[in-house]
Write a protein that binds this ligand. Sequence first.
Ligand SMILES: [Zn+2]
Length: 360
Amino acid sequence: MEKKRDLWQRFSGYLVVAAGILLLIALVQVLGLNELAAAGEGSEATAVPPTIEPVSDAAAATAVTRTNNLPTAPLPVLHDNSLAPVPNPHTYQAQLPTHNFKIHVVTDFDTPNSIALQYGISADTIIGGNANISRESNLLQTGAELVILPVDGVLHTVKPGETLDSIAALYGVPVADIIGFPSNNLEVPFLRLIPDSQLVIPGASLGQFTFRAPKSVGNSGGTQQWAVVGTGAYIWPVSGRCLTNYYSGFHPGIDVSMAEGSPVYAADTGTVTYAAYAAGIYYDYGNLIVINHGNGYETFYAHLSGINVYPGQIVYQGDYIGATGNTGRSSGPHLHFEIRSNDYGQNPLNRLAGPVRSCS
Ligand SMILES: [Zn+2]
């Protein structure tokens, strides 16, 4: 027993070495053959490099068989970072921002500009710090509490799936400016964003809510040539005349109270440039239709429950385009309607005929 084991132990080492040498020889032959084949593909005049050793017929046959069994295309390499483990999952916990903003309580005499002047920030930043209530409520109601940002910018609420890059791109500001704002509490190198937390975006602006339709919608660069041009006169997009919100510097349109599912009509002829749930800073608009009237004017129809048009579609004044609803940031079914001239909101009531009333 012991002698047998001794023998095995003594010779097993040689066997492994011998197997290794055989493998090496086979490998050299396969590679050599590939080089020969490659050389042959060029031209017959190309000389075979003299350093390659002649290959025996039997070995060549084996090698050819092996070569043919190899896959013709390189194997796919997976690059999926989402499968990578989270760095230090047990030792790192993202920190929430620790903002400590001033709060301004609106008085009877406040205007956006007077508040801005009082705190040394731009009127835009008052909107920027209060995006949650600016679009769908009367911001300057007496007693309303406004967040006053310490610098000009926007207070952004992080949504699931957002990244620093996507947020920076949304507002057109450098990522470094967001990281660099102290109370955002973003720690290099982790930079983990927590949904529903709020980040100060220095230098950003919600301004007039400039809308950029997706590039795919008829934007061929340069000046857009629209197939149809609006009449320049607008009809009411809904049958109701009861308003819950009027146009102001903080609310770029009117809110018309309407039962859920009421028909919405194109206020003028034009081309649909957006017809989907609103994205980015327009998230609050819910289901949104934008019509470009080809004359520098656009109309916006927000919070819809149904959309009956598609981007690129030409619609004519009075066409049924969708149904009123309560999607996005909305506290009851209504149509949020805007008329914009070259990105700037206009008071729709200056262009719509007939009396209106405030909802009681
Ligand atoms: Zn509104």
